[in-house]
Ligand binder design. Sequence first.
Ligand SMILES: NC(=O)c1ccc[n+]([C@@H]2O[C@H](COP(=O)([O-])OP(=O)(O)OC[C@H]3O[C@@H](n4cnc5c(N)ncnc54)[C@H](OP(=O)(O)O)[C@@H]3O)[C@@H](O)[C@H]2O)c1
Length: 316
Amino acid sequence: MKAVVINGITPAEQVRLTEAPVPAVKPGWVLVRVRAFGMNHSEQILRLSEIEAPYIQRPVIPGIECVGEIADPSDSGWQAGQRVIAMMGGMGRSFDGGYAEYALLPAHHVFPVETDLPWDALAAVPETWFTAWGSLFECLRLEPKDALLIRGATCALGYAAIEIARALGCRIVATTHREAKLRLLAAADEAVLDDGKLAGGVRGVTKALDLVGPRYLKDTLRAVEKGGIVCNTGILGGVFALNGFDPIKDIPNGVYLTGFYSNAPTRAAVNAIFDFIKTRGIAPAYGARFAFSEIREACMALDNGRVNGKIVVVMD
Ligand SMILES: NC(=O)c1ccc[n+]([C@@H]2O[C@H](COP(=O)([O-])OP(=O)(O)OC[C@H]3O[C@@H](n4cnc5c(N)ncnc54)[C@H](OP(=O)(O)O)[C@@H]3O)[C@@H](O)[C@H]2O)c1
């Protein structure tokens, strides 16, 4: 099969397809014929530095998510040809991932889905929608009556959150730190330029999804109404932890703070997501599409950060 195999630090320009053996199934693992996959920044980090960490399998096929069909169900009880999505659980890091024509994956991180979505739109869903879904419903308990602030909305996760909240009927206030990108937030009710001070400037916000993260989190906490909830899911601001955080003074009275971590996808969430997509007639959006033979270009696009939204790669 064709695959991307890396064994050391690999700039995007050096990424290429090589031949690798199709893996043999083993109990508890299923063989997936990969049809498409979405790309993630964690794969850029893997290529550029993390590949040298002791907990990474080397050599490794990157890719923390993919979509495709069961090629060999092993002992899972599923049928060959069944459509599946797969994500996380060490995929593309502690065992081979989705940048390949076939992937051998632990059955508990593979999810059969009933959907008519084409492969490219389906590839935009797994990690991004699972994270948006968990943040909005498990953490923020989003309801149609909510006014949702999405801080740092011009990213794959932000666009997915807008799609979900819009379908639910919420009022959406979405921010970007670049004036030129305000037009990319036309699907929100209000697009706001974020200069780091939203508190006092946005009104009536009951829930906030913070994708910029600790850099402005204290300001986000002050931007929601009393009784409101803030979920920190992203770290686009480049600050990863809050030093000197004073919970007594930094969390306003009656405001709730939570966070979402996408490491453990569940069948219940995946089923709910695909039910929502189907019943609301949503075509999940993506920012750029590449063929697998263009994987080098896809990695370059990921690294230069100029694509607005998810990058998807479809098998030739
Ligand atoms: N908690 C979890 O489990 C989880 C799971 C997945 C992703 N995430 C996090 O969620 C965030 C979004 O992920 P993604 O994959 O959707 O990202 P992405 O699509 O790769 O988006 C990156 C975009 O964010 C914009 N951006 C960069 N810095 C920004 C800032 N300071 N303020 C506002 N926008 C900024 C960039 O555009 P411009 O700078 O040009 O505006 C860039 O286009 C990331 O921080 C990621 O680590 C968390």
